[in-house]
Design a protein around this ligand. Structure first.
Ligand SMILES: Cc1cc2nc3c(=O)[nH]c(=O)nc-3n(C[C@H](O)[C@H](O)[C@H](O)COP(=O)(O)OP(=O)(O)OC[C@H]3O[C@@H](n4cnc5c(N)ncnc54)[C@H](O)[C@@H]3O)c2cc1C
Length: 470
């Protein structure tokens, strides 16, 4: 592919300004979970982060992590298992995800959530008042605010309290490797322009994917080239660029997490709870256009294909009460993004959609709910989802949240070469590594992003520490 050959500096006997055992690039959920795990195992760790304060896409997320068989589920009598979780991931990914990695993250997720709760006092609980598409059990674990900001702040506090050095305002520019592909160190550029060469015994790439690199998005995900990018702008594809220069195996570069429910023009995420609890989407002609419950990721492109590139989420106040647990939804209400009316006719007028067409769609869905039937797209409705006034609508568009393709890794995050052999001391986790979503947007099961960030992050930190201390 050859994105940029100068991204890697091949050298032997290079002198570094400092030498550290483990260097991690990126202080998002992946980098910080890897750092905590490595430090616990006895390795000294330095994390380099381009931003002044670590946020990443992690801070933009709802902070919900799927995990099966946790004690938080048991308290709420939710029956689940890693096996069931594995099956859900592969069903959504159409069997395309690497089975070893899927198995590792599905098995590791429960222990990982309990590890963060017990060792680092992250107060998780399980979301039990609605379920996400494709999950056969309620297994999304979140913090009280249901924000990724709380997740990243708590991870950063834990890292700092445990003596992990996070060098902020420090961008990794170039990797230094020897001719055999062993990473010798990294060139860092500080915010003031100073260059520094840091040598390391092992390197973990945790700098997410290429959502913030328009050229790579256009090349690999053309259907989202003109879409709103809703992730962290600093995720510029450095891991795949370096990996390409090194001869690493890059997988599923066309895969991504989209979202079909971002309030426009406000640019605020509207939780998919509004759909899963019985809401629908219509286009500007007042017509439904899909089975919305298949997943919010693939719905991004569906919404963008509608006239004008937008749709309306329509639901009632009972559903709004569930969505209100999310700060984003409360923000959208404060911003005036959510319309509220007592009748569907008034709502239609405010939405500027033809009242007769929209009214007929709405009535058909409400009748299907009462009958427990399926619509023309195969969506199943239930009586308990019946809507009552007042009704709500919010204008939404489709957005790119993050890329799911990346460096091919094994179940402990070791980066693979094109021939399948592994680099001696290079690891990747989170969005820097290929995800478990297969090759297309529809393969993304809710939570796959933070799943591989936190669980693979932890496994990678342990593996790197083991190698250094051997
Ligand atoms: C709006 C939104 C909502 C989401 N909601 C969820 C959810 O509820 N559940 C879920 O599972 N997933 C969700 N996701 C996806 C999830 O946020 C990501 O998959 C996850 O945060 C990735 O973690 P990461 O550590 O790999 O990357 P990030 O959190 O993005 O961290 C990467 C870090 O690397 C830094 N960096 C990049 N390049 C360099 C460099 N060269 N040098 C130094 N630093 C560098 C960046 O500044 C950044 O801080 C959501 C995403 C978005 C955008």
């Amino acid at each position: 592919m050859n994105f940029l050959m100068s991204a890697v500096h091949v050298a032997k006997g290079k002198k570094f300004d400092t030498q550290v055992p483990l260097l991690i690039v990126g202080a998002g959920a992946a980098g910080l979970c890897a750092a905590l795990a490595a430090k616990e195992a006895g390795a000294d760790v330095v994390v380099v982060e381009r931003d002044a304060v670590p946020t990443g896409s992690t801070a933009l997320s709802a902070g919900l992590i799927p995990a099966a068989g946790t004690r938080f589920q048991r308290v709420k009598k939710i029956d689940d298992s890693p096996r069931q979780f594995t099956d859900d991931i592969q069903r959504k990914a159409n069997g395309e995800a690497d089975p070893a990695v899927v198995e590792a993250v599905a098995r590791g997720a429960g222990p990982m959530v309990e590890w963060l709760a017990d060792w680092y006092k992250l107060p998780f609980d399980v979301v039990d008042n609605f379920n996400y598409p494709g999950h056969s059990a309620k297994r999304m674990h979140g913090l009280p605010s249901r924000t990724g900001r709380e997740l990243i702040d708590r991870l950063r506090n834990a890292a700092e309290a445990n003596g992990i050095v996070i060098l902020t305002r420090s961008a990794a520019e170039q990797l230094v490797v020897d001719p055999d592909g062993r990473i010798l160190g990294v060139e860092i550029v500080r915010r003031d322009g100073a260059h520094e060469w840091i040598g390391c015994d092992a390197l973990i790439l945790a700098c997410n994917g290429f959502g913030g690199n328009p050229d790579l998005v256009r090349r690999y995900i053309p259907e989202m080239a003109d879409a709103l990018y809703f992730g962290h702008p600093g995720n510029r594809g450095d891991a795949v660029i370096w990996g390409d220069s090194l001869g690493a195996m890059l997988s599923h570069l066309g895969a991504y997490q989209g979202h079909g429910s971002v309030a426009t023009p406000h640019n605020i995420l509207i939780s998919w709870a509004v759909i899963m609890q019985g809401g629908i989407q219509v286009n500007r002609e007042g017509r439904r256009f899909s089975d919305e419950t298949l997943g919010y990721s693939e719905q991004a492109a569906q919404v963008l294909r509608q006239p004008g590139g937008f749709a309306w989420d329509v639901f009632d106040s009972k559903i709004a009460a569930v969505a209100r647990q999310f700060e984003d939804f409360r923000e959208a209400e404060l911003a005036g993004a959510i319309l509220t009316f007592d009748t569907i006719a008034e709502l239609a007028e405010a939405m500027h959609v033809p009242a007769a067409i929209f009214g007929a769609e709405w009535n058909e869905v409400e009748n299907l709910k009462l009958a427990g039937g399926r619509d023309r797209y195969g969506r199943k409705f239930l009586a308990e989802q019946s809507c009552n006034p007042p009704y709500h609508a919010v204008k939404v568009t489709g957005a790119l949240f993050h890329t799911q393709g990346g460096l091919a890794v094994d179940s402990r995050g070791r980066v693979k070469r094109k021939d399948g052999t592994k680099f001696p001391n290079l690891f990747a986790a989170g969005g820097a590594a290929v995800g478990v979503s297969g090759s297309i947007a529809a393969g993304y099961l809710s939570g796959n992003g933070l799943l591989t960030a936190t669980v693979l992050g932890r496994l990678t930190g342990e593996a790197a520490a083991e190698q250094i201390l051997r």
